[in-house]
Design a protein around this ligand. Structure first.
Ligand code: G
Ligand code: G
Ligand code: NA
Ligand code: MN
Length: 254
């Protein structure tokens, strides 16, 4: 079977599953968000990493179906957590560049929010810098439309892709997410720490929050706390977890 068909079949057969990784607020220490990360529970090969199948899905059209499923599932789950009385926080969904340029992204999100009953401020979209290479004007307009709807946007993997520094002041984003390649080894590598320090300062000047991902050690956390990074995410706190384990994590954490 061609991979495209296999991915479509997997979607129909319910072989995809969302895991959630907590985002921690630097000042309160509380869980203030969750990033949804897809997993493929393949009947033969076991758990397949999105790093393997997302790029392939992006080369066919099936990424649109996958992203739509992820949006639906993440919004549905966040609403369930709210109804269960969990503290409210936004769920972050990764949107591929290809989907961003699909004219039906906004109607799709509108429908999903309506169907799930989730308010727009509880959905955060993570897009990478590379998303804007294709057409900055269009990308900015799309982001403005999303902002109008009350949806926040995070610039993911900041610092790794096409540098949109010249465009940064035009982008209606709420947060910058420092790529984990800058975080790993930050305590020993003065080059990395200079970059991170500068990005945090830049973000704060632009009234953006700065999130560090991929934090694995208490030393890295201490370092980033001293640099006044706003939010933290990484294995130090938790790996991405299935929904039930995630809610247990939140309850234990508080
Ligand atoms: O969870 P993990 O680190 O294995 O993810 C690997 C890559 O797959 C990351 O770059 C991540 O952004 C991407 N990814 C994970 N989940 C999703 C998803 O739901 N949609 C899209 N488009 N990408 C995802
Ligand atoms: O591209 P994106 O930033 O969305 O990818 C996030 C990926 O990083 C996910 O696949 C997630 O599993 C992974 N991840 C999350 N925390 C850590 C961490 O502390 N260390 C490492 N190595 N990977 C992490
Ligand atoms: Na992400
Ligand atoms: Mn990232």
């Amino acid at each position: 079977m061609r991979l495209e068909n296999e991915l479509k079949a997997a979607l129909l057969e319910g072989q995809f599953k969302l895991y959630y990784q907590p985002k921690i607020d630097a000042s309160s220490g509380e869980v203030i968000g969750a990033e949804a990360l897809i997993r493929w529970l393949h009947p033969e090969y076991g758990m397949v990493s999105p790093a393997k199948f997302i790029p392939l899905a992006e080369n066919s059209g099936v990424i649109l179906d996958i992203d739509e499923w992820v949006l639906q599932e993440a919004c549905r789950q966040n609403k369930i957590w709210q109804l269960e009385g969990m503290p409210r926080f936004p769920v972050a969904v990764n949107i591929s560049a290809r989907h961003f340029y699909q004219s039906n992204l906004i109607p799709t999100i509108t429908r999903i929010l309506h169907e799930t009953g989730l308010e727009p401020q509880y959905l955060l979209l993570e897009i990478t810098e590379g998303t804007l290479i294709r057409n900055v004007e269009y990308g900015v307009r799309m982001m403005e439309d999303l902002k109008q709807m009350g949806i926040h946007i995070s610039m993911d993997d900041f610092g790794t892709g096409y540098s949109s520094l010249s465009q940064l002041d035009r982008l209606p984003i709420s947060e910058m997410k420092l790529d984990r390649s800058f975080i790993q080894g930050i305590t020993e590598d003065s080059r990395k720490s200079s970059i991170v320090r500068a990005v945090i300062e830049l973000g704060h000047h632009m009234d953006l929050r700065v999130v560090a991902e991929g934090i694995e050690s208490p030393d890295e956390l201490k370092y980033l706390t001293d640099l006044e990074c706003d939010q933290f995410q990484g294995y130090l706190f938790s790996k991405p977890l299935p929904e039930l384990e995630f809610s247990r994590f939140v309850l234990r954490w508080d």
